[in-house]
Write a protein that binds this ligand. Structure first.
Ligand SMILES: *Cc1c(COP(=O)(O)O)cnc(C)c1O
Length: 397
C-alpha cells in the first residue's frame, strides 16, 4: 500500500473514529478505569459518565435513558431482540423478517429453523420495497416477533417501519427494527416509529467497533441474552465497556448536531457522484434508486463489468467502495440483497456500493468522477461480459 491518502466511500461498512470521540474516551483508559459496580469511590466515579452517555444515545433516538441496553455490537443487539421475544413467549414459535436483512438476522433465523422454529423471510420487489399486504399476511397468532430493518446497508432502501410497527401492533406482534444504518444519517425517533426494540451500532457513526445498543421500550417484556452480573439493570451481563460507551455517547451527540447543522451535505455529494457517473458512462443503473433511501448510499450496476475487478482498480486509485458479494471458495456469490430484488446474477455481480460520509469532500467526488469512467471503459474493453466483439476495442497489452 502506498501512503497516498485514501478516498473512503464505504461508510456503510464502518467509519473512522471521530477525533472528538477518541478524546472523550481517552480519560477512561488512563485515569477513570475503575469498575462502576465497585463499592469505593474510584470505581463509582465512572457511573455518572455512563449515565451521561446513556442520556446522549437515548437522545439520538428520542428514547428514555432507562430504555437503553448497551451491547457489544449491532449483531448482538439483533440476536438479543429475537432471542428475547421467543423466550418471553415460549408458546410462540414463529418469527417474521425479510430476505434482505443483515446477516445478523439471516444467520440467526436460519439457526432458529434448524432448532425447529418457523421463520418467514419476506421477499422484496425489484425496486427493493416490501409488499406490506404480504407482511400482514405473514403475521400469525403464534408470531413471537417481526424484525424488519429501517435502512438497507447495501442499497440504502428505507422500509416504512412506522407503518409496519402499526400493522404488528394491530396483530399483537412485537416489532423490532435494525436501525444500524439509519442512525446518524436520518432522524430516528422510537416514538414516531412505534417499535418495541431497536438496534444501533456505534462503529457506523464514527465511534469504535465493538459497542452497540438495544433500545427496549418500557414495559416491553425482555429476557437477557448474555447472562451474568446485574449490569444494565439485569438486562445484559458483563462489566460495562466504559470507554466505548462514553465514545458512543459522544458520537451520538455529534451525529445529532450534524443532522441539525449540516442537513443535506452528504446527500448533495452522493447525488453528484451518482448523477455524474450516470452521465459519464452508459449502462449504469441505480439499484433501489426509485425508493425512499439513505442520503449517503449509491448502489450502481455497471453493465459488462465484474464488481470484484472494478474494486481492485478503484483500490489502485485509492478509492474504497464495496460490493455486496462475498468471495467464498473462489466462487463469487452475488449479493443476497440484490438477488432478493430479482436482479439477474450478471447485473448483481456488476454492482458497486458507494457509501459517503460527512468527511467526504467535493474534491474527492471530482476525483472519482474523473477516474471511474475510464476504469469502466477499460474493464468493458477486456470483459467477456461486454456487449459484443464488434463493439469491443482492442484490449490493452
Ligand atoms: C453493520 C450492520 C450490522 C452489524 O453491526 P456490528 O456492530 O458490525 O455487529 C447490523 N445491521 C446492519 C444493517 C448493519 O449495517
Amino acid at each position: 500500500m502506498s501512503d497516498r491518502p485514501i478516498i473512503y466511500f464505504d461508510h456503510n461498512a464502518t467509519t473512522r473514529v471521530a477525533p472528538e470521540v477518541l478524546a472523550a474516551m481517552q480519560p477512561f483508559f488512563e485515569r477513570l478505569w475503575g469498575n462502576p459496580s465497585s463499592a469505593y469511590g474510584f470505581g463509582r466515579a465512572v457511573t455518572s459518565h455512563l449515565d451521561e452517555a446513556r442520556e446522549k444515545v437515548a437522545a439520538l433516538i428520542h428514547a428514555e435513558p432507562r430504555e437503553i441496553v448497551f451491547t457489544s455490537c449491532g449483531t448482538e443487539s439483533n440476536n438479543t431482540a429475537i432471542a428475547s421475544a421467543l423466550r418471553v413467549a415460549p408458546e410462540k414459535r414463529h418469527v417474521v423478517t425479510t430476505a434482505v436483512e443483515h446477516s445478523a438476522n439471516l444467520a440467526f433465523g436460519r439457526d432458529l429453523e434448524r432448532r425447529g422454529h418457523e421463520v418467514t423471510f419476506l421477499p422484496v420487489q425489484p425496486d427493493g420495497s416490501l409488499d406490506l399486504g404480504r407482511l400482514q399476511q405473514a403475521l400469525r397468532p403464534d408470531t413471537a416477533l417481526c424484525s424488519v430493518m429501517l435502512a438497507n446497508n447495501e442499497t440504502g432502501v428505507l422500509f416504512p417501519v412506522a407503518e409496519i410497527a402499526a400493522l404488528c401492533r394491530s396483530h399483537g406482534v412485537p416489532f423490532h427494527t435494525d436501525a444500524v444504518q439509519a442512525a446518524g444519517k436520518l432522524k430516528v425517533d422510537v416514538g414516531e416509529i412505534g417499535c418495541d426494540m431497536l438496534s444501533l451500532s456505534a462503529h457506523k457513526l464514527h465511534a469504535p467497533k465493538g459497542i452497540g445498543l438495544l433500545y427496549v421500550r418500557r414495559r416491553c417484556r425482555f429476557h437477557p441474552y448474555i447472562l451474568g452480573g446485574h449490569q444494565e439493570r439485569g438486562r445484559r451481563g458483563g462489566t460495562e465497556n466504559v470507554p466505548y460507551i462514553v465514545g458512543f455517547g459522544r458520537a451520538a451527540e455529534l451525529a445529532q448536531a450534524r443532522l441539525r447543522d449540516r442537513p443535506g451535505q452528504v446527500r448533495a455529494l452522493r447525488d453528484r457522484l451518482e448523477n455524474g457517473l450516470q452521465q459519464a458512462v452508459p449502462g449504469v443503473h441505480r439499484n433501489g434508486g426509485t425508493q425512499p433511501r439513505l442520503p449517503n448510499t449509491a448502489n450502481l450496476a455497471f453493465d459488462g463489468v465484474e464488481a470484484e475487478a472494478m474494486l481492485l482498480l478503484l483500490d489502485r486509485l485509492g478509492l474504497c467502495a464495496s460490493s455486496g458479494s462475498a468471495c467464498t471458495t473462489g466462487a463469487l456469490e452475488p449479493s443476497h440483497v440484490l438477488s432478493a430484488m430479482g436482479l439477474e446474477p450478471m447485473r448483481a455481480r456488476g454492482s458497486i456500493r458507494f457509501s459517503l460520509g460527512p468527511d467526504n469532500t467535493d474534491a474527492e467526488v471530482d476525483y472519482a468522477l474523473q477516474h471511474i469512467p475510464e476504469v469502466v471503459r477499460n474493464l468493458r474493453a477486456i470483459s467477456p461480459l461486454a456487449p459484443g466483439p464488434a463493439e469491443r476495442p482492442a484490449a490493452d497489452p
